[in-house]
Ligand binder design. Structure first.
Ligand code: VJV
Ligand code: CA
Ligand code: ZN
Length: 376
């Protein structure tokens, strides 16, 4: 039903700060900002810069971040540092959120948040001005952060801040989240509005954050504008493609967004340290191609991904899809070449594991039935 302009040119703006890879969550922590630098290395050494406009975003200001987050919370993030985190004491309402294992205090935390949010905000501004067709921020995608709370490795929600900016120039914004975790922070922020539809695909059942049941569909004016696709372990490219395209075709027809934000969390790939899906780069990247071919203003953000070499592979490949350049399956020589052994290939193989998803057709039907209650 939508025009498909698969092979036409797209202007692509790419937001990156070379400091991002130096932020460190602490010894043994599974979230490693270094993977973003590894992706960047592949992007440069594949020669993709020839078809990208590369920008270093202005770090988001306190004012930018408090467009979504509470001033008290951002003040806390700003003031918190390694020396005073314990002295904030148990009476401080925020002290517990920065001392648990998932969201530790670390050196430069506030500056890290400013870069992540600054990238998504700059991407949205560029799209608003129609100065680009696609804007990419692999430093963003931190979908769990709440108004006054850090959660699941996320302290500030760059996605919500980016969408709020897009809403200044677009009547309806679609948010799609292919990270293996439920995009709860973004869903919650827009749960009661019909101007943002959020769609999350995620592993469900005794898995963080535990929300995102198929029956959670939004509330008030936002009823039917939150879509949740709970999945089980082992889903492969073919089943994911079928599911994704059936759901998204209906979403596009019913909601008719004017802009799209795609969270490309790479923990839905196979061999992820935290994830349990069985996608390859092709299955994951198909989601990028799907929206590229629609020709709407498109923002791509990062997110999870806990096997750094595969996160780098994935986001480099998806950057190549955005600019429509063919890339060799041989990893180009780069500063982190040894990470990509022993095969030094771009693409990853499927794993011989069972697909536990037995009722996908029924789930698709339930979701489509809900969407059909919306008049296009
Ligand atoms: O499952 C949880 C929460 C606990 C409490 C904290 N402990 C460490 C783990 C269990 C209930 N948290 C999840 C959070 C996942 C966040 C995903 C973020 C994204 O991909 O969606 C977007 C960026 C979780 N799963 C695994 C871990 N935490 C984990 C955290 C660690 C760790 C090992 C596993 C933190 C520090 C260290 N090891 C040293
Ligand atoms: Ca998700
Ligand atoms: Zn995740």
């Amino acid at each position: 039903s939508q025009p498909v302009k698969e092979h036409s040119k797209r202007r692509v703006a790419y937001y990156y700060d070379s400091n991002i890879g130096n932020y460190y969550y602490g010894p043994g922590h599974v979230m490693k900002p270094h993977r973003i630098r590894m992706a960047h290395e592949l992007i440069l050494n594949y020669g993709l810069y020839r078809n990208l406009s590369i920008y270093r975003p202005t770090p988001a200001s306190f004012k930018d971040i408090t467009r979504f987050h509470s001033e008290e919370y951002v003040n806390y993030l700003k003031g918190a540092n390694l020396d005073n985190v314990t002295s904030f004491g148990i009476n401080n309402q925020f002290s517990s959120v920065l001392t648990n294992d998932d969201c530790p205090m670390f050196d430069g935390l506030y500056d890290f948040c400013r870069l992540s949010c600054g990238g998504s905000l700059a991407a949205a501004v560029k799209l608003n001005k129609k100065k680009t067709d696609i804007a990419i921020n692999w430093m963003g995608g931190l979908h769990h952060a709440k108004k006054s709370e850090a959660s699941g490795f996320c302290y500030t929600n760059d996605i919500v801040i980016g969408i709020l900016e897009l809403l200044k120039h677009h009547k309806r914004v679609l948010y799609v989240d292919i990270d293996i975790h439920h995009g709860d922070g973004v869903e919650e922020a827009f749960f009661t509005t019909d101007r943002v539809m959020t769609v999350s695909f995620h592993r469900h059942g005794d898995f963080f954050p535990g929300t995102g049941d198929i029956t959670d569909i939004g509330a008030g004016k936002g009823k039917l504008y939150s879509v949740n696709v709970p999945l089980a372990d082992g889903i492969r490219d073919e089943a994911y493609k079928n599911l994704f395209e059936k759901v998204m075709d209906e979403v596009m027809y019913r909601f008719q967004p004017e802009a799209v934000v795609l969270q490309c969390g790479a923990d839905s790939l196979n061999q992820d340290r935290l994830g349990r899906f069985n996608l390859t780069l092709k299955g994951h990247g198909n989601c990028v191609s799907y929206f590229r071919s629609r020709g709407l203003p498109l923002m791509l953000v990062g997110g999870g991904g806990y096997t750094p070499r595969n996160v780098a592979r994935c986001w480099a490949y998806e950057t190549a899809l955005a600019v429509d350049m063919e890339v060799s399956n041989n990893i180009p020589f780069n500063n982190y070449y040894e990470y990509f052994g022993p095969d030094f290939q771009l693409h990853i193989d499927q794993r011989p594991v069972k697909d536990d998803n037995i009722d996908l057709d029924k789930k698709i039907e339930t979701i489509l039935d809900n969407l059909k209650l919306l008049n296009p």
